[in-house]
Design a protein around this ligand. Structure first.
Ligand SMILES: Cc1cc2nc3c(=O)[nH]c(=O)nc-3n(C[C@H](O)[C@H](O)[C@H](O)COP(=O)(O)OP(=O)(O)OC[C@H]3O[C@@H](n4cnc5c(N)ncnc54)[C@H](O)[C@@H]3O)c2cc1C
Length: 460
């Protein structure tokens, strides 16, 4: 089996294919392995009573399914969503079997619409890539990962079955891989500015997604190349206009840095110090409301609840003192002092915090924020911290049409023999708006599925 793309879904597919008895070669375009998965927060949604119940979190697979469909405006492919929500916990257990440790505490990624996000015990999605790399090192007789190897074309036999890949090593040396099946796992196209704007006819059609909007992805990885390879082999590309913007962009770069919007106990205020949205809303709702604020920007405000120790690394490995030293955030011992650093009206900021706290204490607010009594507490004590944010291109939900076997399909829904696809390069799972934490669940669940089925096909 040849896997194109060495990110989360590609490596999950590669390892599952090895476990199903195949020998595997992974082609990775970049000099570093891991793609977007490597730099992600690593939040993985799954219904997991063993972890959720001790925290008092009520959840179920039907709730996970319905929430995913609601978040996607009911435009998701129901069969794929059922497969995802039914099998995400198996992915958690499979990752654990490869050495990934998850925190016991379940959290909520930005726009997850619920408390079911699993976080690795060591910072970020790099945890997954390190465990995968360990498997590759330990199974060198069965799996080979080649960096700086860019797939350029799929090889088809006379019957239209995919039987190999043509690639370019280091930009110049032509390489041919002959194989029994190919898994495309090349990630999204968020870093391809021209292409993303060309297909931007959906949720964000009023916004020009040119260079004035940043991107959270590693741009050379996220060019959508695998989609073109699959299309040239006969696969259909679907839902391309379903592009996700994320509210956690750093002004100027769009990278996702510093204080994150994920988690609880944070408020969003505009440059007047006023709240303007339910912080727990879907990402498209959040970003639309941010664009409506002065300068299309806002501040995330947190306090000691989020960062009790300024030297304790957060889920992404950064400490408050790191962020302060870099000048990326402002701080104050009191709300008034913080407001001074932010340059916002102190009375407005205090009123915003009070309104949020009132919901946590059982009230309601004008934005429909719903407190989660398993995680939210009143924000009352300093030190306080704030960080400026803007919307940024984050995820592309459209891509290669796949069925529930992870086979790439043509416009009639018929599988292309020998061609499988998984992860952000596929379309239809997330609908018009993906839930936070569902991409990693998708990559691991459908990556495993693609690898297992590709191995079965190749070995048959
Ligand atoms: C900063 C950030 C934070 C995120 N946080 C979360 C989170 O907490 N939870 C969540 O669910 N989602 C999160 N996401 C989204 C999620 O990480 C991605 O959707 C997911 O990791 C994509 O995985 P993938 O395997 O499909 O693609 P990737 O991980 O991007 O891997 C694709 C790989 O294919 C390679 N490639 C591309 N073209 C070729 C080619 N022609 N030949 C060979 N190789 C090629 C790329 O170089 C890349 O390494 C985050 C994303 C970012 C950027």
């Amino acid at each position: 089996v040849c896997v194109v793309g060495g990110g989360g879904s590609g490596l999950a597919a590669a390892i599952a294919a090895v476990q199903a008895g195949a020998s595997v070669i992974v082609l990775e375009k970049c000099g570093i392995t891991g793609g977007s998965t490597n730099v992600s927060e690593g939040a993985l949604n799954a219904v997991d009573p063993e972890r959720q119940e001790p925290q008092g979190i009520e959840d179920s697979i039907p709730t996970f399914y319905e929430t995913t469909m609601k978040g996607g405006h009911n435009t998701n492919n129901p069969e794929l969503v059922h497969f995802l929500t039914d099998n995400a916990l198996d992915s958690v257990h499979w990752l654990e079997s490869l050495g990934v440790e998850f925190k016991d505490e379940i959290g909520s990624a930005t726009g997850s619409l619920g408390q079911r996000s699993h976080y690795p015990a060591t910072p970020s999605g790099n945890t997954y890539i390190r465990s995968f790399q360990q498997f590759i090192d330990d199974n060198a007789d069965a799996i080979m990962l080649l960096n700086n190897m860019q797939a350029k074309e799929l090889i088809l036999d006379d019957a239209g079955a995919v039987v190999g890949v043509k690639a370019l090593y280091d930009g110049e040396q032509e390489v041919t891989v002959n194989c029994g099946a190919v898994v495309i796992a090349t990630g999204g196209f968020g870093g391809n500015v021209e292409y993303r704007q060309k297909v931007n006819t959906g949720v964000w059609k009023e916004v020009v997604l040119d260079d004035s909007i940043g991107c959270t992805n590693i741009k050379p990885c996220a060019q959508g190349e695998g989609m073109v390879l699959a299309e040239n082999a006969g696969a259909e590309l679907i839902c391309l206009s379903d592009i996700q913007l994320h509210p956690c962009g750093t002004p100027g770069t769009g990278l996702m840095e510093d204080i994150r919007t994920s988690g609880r106990n944070r408020i969003f205020v505009n440059t007047d110090g006023k709240r303007f949205v339910n912080e727990g809303a879907e990402r498209d709702v959040l970003c639309k409301n941010i664009f409506a604020q002065p300068d299309g920007t806002y501040w995330i405000v947190v306090n000691t609840l989020r960062y009790p120790d300024p030297d304790e690394p957060d889920a992404n490995g950064a400490t408050i003192n790191n962020m302060l030293a870099l000048g990326h955030i402002v701080a104050g011992d009191t709300v008034e002092a913080l407001a001074g650093e932010m340059g916002v009206d102190a009375a407005n900021l205090q009123a915003s915090i009070d309104a949020y706290n009132a919901v946590v204490e059982g009230g309601t607010d004008e934005f429909g924020f719903v407190a989660d009594n398993t995680a939210d507490a009143a924000m009352t004590e300093g030190p306080w911290y704030a960080c400026r944010k803007v919307p940024t291109v984050h995820h592309t939900m459209g891509g290669i049409r796949v069925n529930v076997e992870s086979e790439a399909c043509n416009a009639d829904g018929e599988p292309i023999p020998g061609l499988y696809a998984a992860g952000e390069c596929t379309g239809g799972i997330h609908g018009e708006n993906r839930l936070g934490g569902n991409a990693i669940a998708d990559c691991m669940t459908f990556g495993r599925n693609a690898g297992t089925n590709a191995a079965k096909y190749a070995l048959a």
